[in-house]
Design a binder for this molecule. Structure first.
Ligand SMILES: CC(C)(COP(=O)(O)OP(=O)(O)OC[C@H]1O[C@@H](n2cnc3c(N)ncnc32)[C@H](O)[C@@H]1OP(=O)(O)O)[C@@H](O)C(=O)NCCC(=O)NCCS
Length: 149
């Protein structure tokens, strides 16, 4: 396999990340991704976007947030993780999760959480192998704010 570089994302990685998001079923325009990456860099004490690149091309991406609330000790949470379909099974996803763990640990948190759609069974076994254990099931609900209830 070609050499893989793991590094913090920059706004120039927006196109690559947007195209990975598309594959996961989350349409994201490159200009939107660029704005979000810009914002993420300004909030870099609580957010990190880490990419894997091969010959300058983004082939995988992980976003991790630091959750610091009144109700719980500070913990990290994976908010997105995608590896290019053609490169799966080569250890890139595991490397990104390890980088996320390192980033979170360096900020004093003792725990990394991921919420994953119940349909993503492959991802659940992937996370299980990396030491994640189920702690609860949740119902996720949205309220659109542009409509009357
Ligand atoms: C889940 C996902 C991120 C895993 O990334 P990946 O790079 O394929 O992960 P790894 O290669 O580190 O590990 C995956 C598998 O390859 C195996 N593997 C790890 N290193 C390997 C290596 N050097 N050679 C061959 N196989 C290897 C692992 O045992 C694991 O087995 P599994 O298929 O039974 O899970 C990737 O499949 C993906 O992007 N899926 C779609 C998006 C998604 O579901 N994201 C998670 C949302 S919560």
């Amino acid at each position: 396999m070609k050499e893989i570089e793991i590094r913090m994302a920059t706004p120039n990685d927006a196109d690559g990340i947007a195209s990975l998001c598309h594959h996961l079923g989350y349409p994201c325009q490159p200009n939107e991704a660029r704005k979000r990456l810009d914002r993420s860099q300004r909030e870099n004490s609580t957010r990190a976007n880490i990419v894997a690149a091969s010959q300058g091309r983004v082939v995988a991406w992980i976003e991790v947030l630091l959750r610091d609330t009144i109700a719980a000790d500070v913990f990290g949470e994976i908010d997105g993780l995608i590896v290019d379909e053609e490169l799966r099974g080569g250890g890139i996803g595991s490397r990104l999760v390890e980088e996320a763990c390192k980033w979170v640990r360096q900020r004093g948190a003792q725990r990394l959480r991921v919420r994953s759609n119940v349909t993503r069974e492959h991802a659940h076994s992937f996370y299980g192998r990396l030491g994640f254990r189920p702690v609860k099931n949740q119902v996720v609900m949205d309220r659109p704010l542009d409509q009357d209830v």
